[in-house]
Design a protein around this ligand. Structure first.
Ligand code: ARG
Ligand code: ZN
Length: 470
């Protein structure tokens, strides 16, 4: 509630400043509307222009009994231009009120855009606090590729997942990966339920009415598609990795036995990743195992990936962990850059196998070229159907070429530059953009600069080439 208090204090100060400006210039600040989208090549309306969010404080009150969510989002942002209005992305739900700097703001909704018109225009550079009160039964979205995301209910609870644009079904925000922010997510649930989110659990408070509030804090910047909120009956286990990263696992009771083996390897995987990719980017780690069948996929939600039922494979656990470096710390600038997430996470699986007595990355690369499914099940998939850096449409951003051919791009670089330069490149890349955003062009330029090799042929054939590289 810190921010709400701050917003009340800040309002008179802003009014005073505006009065001063008026006195000096003979007019008030003249803002213009912020853009309703960031023109992402695949999701042009995702995100909004004119401001960047610094911090989200989400208070979510959820009752699995009736599926009703009551939310308060206190969003601290910095204006990047003078703003007469700005947008937030929100899908479904009922908006009950909006304030900006503590003063009531007008708002209207069209599609997934919530347009907010503050009582006073905002100045370029101004840090301002928006509060949105909302409620309703959040819904799931169906992705372009048919998978479900957003708010998904389970038998005794729900999960909020975002990739790529599902987060707008459970909180208003600037929902594009290019705008990362820190988060405080507090989830209040009936007695007997657990609530799990990203980062560290700061407090677990039993309220006078018997309900429990779980206050989760993410001190490192997070793209909104990586936020999660999980409510239900879960078994919680805590611990630490050998180097001191705090672990928090929440496992659906029915999946506990089947998950135990794979989850037990997380500490070792965190340490291995730190050795290969550089320091683990976050202060916490762990996993959330949902009831089986909740989702059609696992997701690398920040610090604490979600699995739909027991992971069932060490590779999948490793994949989601590798995303913490590639995707979560180094996030894509747009959804076109997805291969920087998935190609790296897939290649990390190959490296893990190589380092643990499994098949070498070279052998796996060859198996893909030969379509040899004995070595890798994906080898006879449509991995060569399109260039990983240019998926043909939004339904393809999680397609096989993004994963497998993306990994093969990395292996091609390794073949060109040798192991020493390759691993220095991977570590350098994670360090260069730690907690930031990067594009494919950033990567290709960095790779050539860092290794001193001309890699144009690799980019032309493997990354951008429309033809199969086979
Ligand atoms: N990013 C997730 C992973 O780790 C997969 C998400 C799949 N989503 C989808 N709509 N197909 O690989
Ligand atoms: Zn992935």
């Amino acid at each position: 509630m810190e921010h709400r208090a701050l917003s009340r204090l800040a309002a008179p100060a802003v009014a005073a400043l505006l009065a001063l400006t008026t006195a000096c210039t003979g007019g008030t600040v003249h803002g213009r509307p912020g853009a309703s989208g960031l023109r992402d090549p695949y999701f042009p309306k995702a995100g909004n222009g004119g401001y960047q969010v610094e911090h989200y404080e989400l208070d979510l009150d959820y009752d699995p009994g009736d599926g009703l969510l009551h939310g308060t989002a206190v969003i601290t942002s910095r204006a990047e231009q003078g703003l007469s209005s700005f947008n937030l992305d929100l899908s479904g739900l009922k908006v009950e009120g909006v304030t900006v700097q503590g003063a009531g703001a007008r708002y209207n909704r069209t599609g997934n855009e919530l347009t907010v018109r503050p009582a006073e225009d905002l100045e370029k550079g101004e840090v301002f606090v928006t509060e949105v009160d909302y409620s309703g039964r959040p819904k799931a979205l169906t992705d372009a590729d048919g998978a479900k995301e957003g708010w998904i209910t389970t038998e005794d609870g729900a999960v909020g997942v975002g990739e790529p644009v599902g987060s707008m079904t459970w909180f208003p925000g600037n929902h594009h990966p290019s705008d990362k922010a820190t988060y405080d997510i507090t989830i209040t649930v009936p007695k007997g339920y657990e609530a799990v989110s990203n980062g560290e659990l700061r407090a677990r408070t039993t309220q006078a009415d018997g309900r429990t509030a779980f206050a989760w804090h993410s001190p490192e910047p997070m793209a909104s598609y990586l936020a999660t909120a999980v409510v239900g009956k879960y078994r919680v286990a805590t611990g630490r990795t050998p180097s001191g990263v705090a672990l928090y696992d929440a496992v659906a009771p029915g999946e506990a036995a089947a998950s135990a083996g794979d989850l037990a390897r997380v500490p070792e995987m965190v340490e291995w990743g730190a050795g290969r990719f550089g320091p683990y980017p976050f202060s916490t780690a762990g996993a959330i195992v949902l009831p089986a069948g909740t989702l059609a996929y696992a997701l690398e939600t920040q610090t604490r990936p979600v699995f739909s039922g027991a992971p069932g494979s060490e590779d999948l656990v490793l994949h989601e962990l590798a995303h913490q470096w590639f995707g979560n710390s180094v996030s894509p600038k747009s959804w076109k850059d997805m291969w920087l997430n998935e190609g790296f996470a897939t290649y990390a699986e190959w490296l893990w196998a190589e380092d643990h007595g499994g098949v070498s990355a070279q052998k796996r690369f060859e198996a893909f070229l030969a379509g040899d499914t004995e070595v890798d099940e994906g080898a006879d998939s449509d991995w060569d159907a399109f260039p990983p850096a240019a998926p043909p449409g939004p339904e393809h951003i999680s397609g096989n070429p993004v994963y497998f051919r993306g990994a093969m791009v990395l292996h091609r670089i390794r073949q060109e530059v040798g192991d020493e330069k390759f691993f220095a490149l991977v570590r350098g890349w994670a360090a260069e953009h730690r907690h930031g955003n990067a594009s494919t062009a950033d990567f290709t330029a960095y790779a050539e600069r860092q290794t001193g090799h001309d890699l144009k042929k690799v980019w032309d054939v493997w990354l951008y080439g429309k033809d199969s590289p086979r």
